[in-house]
Design a protein around this ligand. Structure first.
Ligand SMILES: *Cc1c(COP(=O)(O)O)cnc(C)c1O
Length: 395
């Protein structure tokens, strides 16, 4: 542990505030540190490892494809890429029927902005307060947190209009002649697991239709079954024009994807957009295995069901502990807002000591985004430990 820490501090960019932990192995719901201590994982690499760690279907897909063909250029047809697109078309919301593959969430969203601007020939994008869309120049520009943006103003495009989340009137006021698209996370992730009112997404769809503006749903975090449906916008029956995916799409293998209605995607012509690694055989074979396994195990439905149980158990803690402000979320994207940051940070550290990985976002929101294979017994163990921890910190 000490050696890795020294190497990291000496040679790795200090962009991350690291917890004192080196994870070296994983299996199902568990990860193991370099000293051999095991942890129940409610972070899942931040909503990435939805099949759990080292799922045999993924390990097999990766090793089989790695022996066959790892990479070729997009100058040629790529078999697993075409097959992945066809598979995806069956699980995404209706209307989304063409796909561009890349390597991360931010890249998918950069592509979404380029496509919206090219398709509409307009220049501005409406985005939400509390949003998170990534760290590249355009996506950090669409991200609410000013500390992420301010040092880099010089390279951030000045095309974003911020409006409060869950406020349709504000979106209507912000719509202008140059508005190309509205981007929204159906449930805000980094912003603190914020679930909008039931009329919000349908209202956005209607406003976009009225103004001939594209609706981009950023489902990088909420997608792939996380909230109890394949994609969160389905909870409100909303069909976006563009859909961005990444995180759980590769189950731990880096891959991102922009989906769009064919009519919109066809505004991209050869040469308009590209990525060397995007859609490479290894990444696509892995994502194919993710979708097939999720379908076989009915993981979206499972997330819906076990999420109800998890939320109920968290609600019990709300009633018991004064420092818990609110429990919210959908499926297996759940959060518990704590009255202050010190208590929230202490809870994360204390849980870690006791063998549980949980995450804190938006200063004081404990976020639970476990693999979708999580079982009741794992949830019960976490609740027991959280109950003890909250009792102690409140003393
Ligand atoms: C994580 C995330 C991103 C950024 O994805 P990266 O792969 O880190 O670039 C974008 N949007 C949302 C909603 C996210 O949760």
């Amino acid at each position: 542990m000490q050696r890795i820490r020294e190497l990291d501090e000496r040679y790795v960019a200090s962009t991350y505030r690291r917890q004192p932990l080196t994870l070296v192995k994983g299996q199902g719901m568990f990860v193991e540190d370099i000293q051999g201590k095991r942890y129940l994982d409610f972070v899942g690499g931040i909503a990435v490892c939805s099949l759990g760690h080292c799922h045999p279907a993924l390990t097999k897909a990766i090793s089989t494809q790695a022996k066959k063909l790892m990479h070729v250029s997009n100058l040629y047809y790529i078999q697993p890429q075409a097959e992945l697109a066809a598979l995806l078309s069956r699980v995404v919301p209706k209307g989304i029927d063409k796909f561009f593959f890349c390597n991360s969430g931010a890249e998918a969203i950069e592509g979404a902005f380029k496509l919206a601007i090219k398709h509409t020939r307009r220049q501005r994008i409406i985005t939400m307060r509390g949003s998170f869309h990534g760290r590249t120049a355009a996506t950090v520009g669409a991200t609410w947190k000013s500390s992420y943006r301010e040092p880099f103003e010089a390279i951030i495009p000045k095309i974003f209009d911020f409006v409060p989340f869950d406020d349709l009137a504000a979106v209507e006021r912000a719509m202008g002649e140059q508005t190309a698209a509205v981007i929204v996370e159906p449930i805000q992730g980094e912003g603190g697991v914020n679930v909008p009112s039931n009329d919000y997404l349908p209202g956005l769809r209607k406003l976009c239709d009225e103004h001939n503006v594209l609706l981009i749903c950023d489902e990088v975090q909420t997608g792939m079954g996380r909230t109890g449906k394949w994609f969160a916008c389905e909870h409100w029956g909303v069909e976006p024009d563009e859909l961005t995916m990444a995180k759980a799409l590769g189950g731990g293998f880096p891959i991102g994807c922009l989906g769009a209605r064919a009519e919109v995607m066809n505004s991209f012509s050869p040469g308009d957009h590209a990525s060397t690694f995007g859609g490479n055989p290894l990444a696509c074979a892995t994502a194919k295995a993710v979708i097939k396994t999720m379908t076989r195990l009915k993981l979206p439905q499972r997330a819906a069901k076990i999420g109800v149980y998890f939320k109920k158990r968290l609600d019990e803690l709300t009633d018991k502990h004064g420092c818990v402000r609110e429990v919210r979320g959908l499926g297996l994207m759940l959060a518990m807002e704590i009255s202050n940051k010190q208590i929230a940070d202490a809870a994360v550290a204390e849980a870690r000591d006791r063998g549980f990985l949980i995450n804190c976002t938006a200063d004081k929101v404990l976020r639970f985004i476990p693999p979708l294979i999580v079982e009741r017994k794992h949830i019960d163990r976490l609740i027991g430990v959280l109950d003890e921890i909250l009792t102690e910190v409140e003393k």
